[in-house]
Write a protein that binds this ligand. Structure first.
Ligand SMILES: Cc1cc2nc3c(=O)[nH]c(=O)nc-3n(C[C@H](O)[C@H](O)[C@H](O)COP(=O)(O)OP(=O)(O)OC[C@H]3O[C@@H](n4cnc5c(N)ncnc54)[C@H](O)[C@@H]3O)c2cc1C
Ligand code: FES
Length: 259
């Protein structure tokens, strides 16, 4: 079920880099969310329509009746969002997304790049709760862009960190140890969310190693519910186009074309 709710903001503050954390009291969404789903949030208050469209954000965490989002500030919508204050109500549509990460493995390799870690964090929390094994990798340009470090520590998640400039964790790209990690975990699929170049690089390695690789895509979205057809991706297996918001957002890397 998809809810269209006015949700009270319980927290909205700067974290680091260009990232903010937004917590929303949304009992109906919190109760029904599955890891990998997202919400569409209207950045402005009621009766303001510029920007008109809601913006998509991964549900990064759920605690009781509160959902947590992490958002990077890019354009008009996310700039408006930074002005929203605790106690205000904003419109939220969700939980959205139908095809999610596979749950039938006992071991996973989870890769999050930049703000993309928010797309896999709830999944890590769930597999950890189920006692499954995982190797989690988190990469970004610099330390400030690893904006979920506090969440990771609070949730006792084991993570291998990578930064392009070496300001935290290992210096260099998140893909540098991936072949080794894949070989050491012969039964584990890859679970990936992040910038397109990173997802392409990870997919290439996974496909070469003949390993299942599930990508959570973050194409630009207007409606988030399958109506506008603005978010499509090429389905190479069936030679057609499919909607990321409705048939996704998770797809197996070998079945789609990341343009
Ligand atoms: C399923 C899904 C989950 C997402 N989860 C998160 C999340 O957890 N945290 C987060 O910070 N962002 C997330 N995003 C991306 C987020 O929706 C956009 O950054 C946001 O809509 C930008 O809005 P804006 O008004 O600030 O920028 P706009 O003014 O709309 O655009 C500013 C710039 O960002 C680019 N841009 C906007 N949206 C995207 C996009 N989806 N992909 C690539 N470039 C884009 C534009 O081309 C433009 O250059 C997600 C997107 C999807 C589809
Ligand atoms: S965003 Fe409208 S169909 Fe996907």
């Amino acid at each position: 079920m998809i809810y269209d709710l006015e949700c009270r903001i319980t927290e909205n503050r700067f974290v680091s880099g260009k990232t903010y954390i937004l917590k929303l009291k949304a009992p109906e969404i919190a109760k029904t969310t599955k890891a990998g789903q997202f919400v569409m949030v209207k950045p402005t208050l009621e009766d303001y329509y510029d920007p008109l469209l809601r913006r998509a954000f991964a549900i990064a965490d759920v605690e009781d009746d509160v959902i947590t989002l992490y958002y990077d500030v890019y354009g008009k919508g996310t700039k408006f969002l930074t002005n929203r204050r605790e106690g205000e109500y904003i419109n939220v549509l969700g939980p959205l997304g139908n095809n999610l990460f596979p749950e039938n493995y006992d071991n996973y390799i989870v890769v999050g790049g930049g703000i993309g870690f928010a797309g896999v964090s709830l999944f890590i929390k769930e597999i950890k709760k189920k006692g499954k094994n995982y190797t989690a990798l988190y990469g970004a340009r610099k330390k400030e862009d690893l904006s979920m470090i506090d969440w990771i520590n609070q949730n006792s998640v084991n993570v291998l960190y990578y930064t392009d400039d070496g300001s935290f964790g290992k210096k260099g790209l998140i893909t540098q140890d991936l072949e080794d990690i894949i070989e050491k975990n012969p039964d584990a699929p890859l679970i990936v969310c992040g910038p397109k170049p990173m997802m392409k690089a990870v997919s290439k390695i996974a496909i070469e190693k003949n390993r299942p690789c599930y990508l959570s895509l973050e194409s630009r979205m207007a409606c988030g519910i399958g109506i506008c057809v603005g978010c499509v991706v090429k389905d190479v297996k069936n030679d057609t186009y499919i909607r990321v918001c409705y048939e996704g957002p998770v797809f197996e890397a070998k079945e789609i074309e990341l343009s």
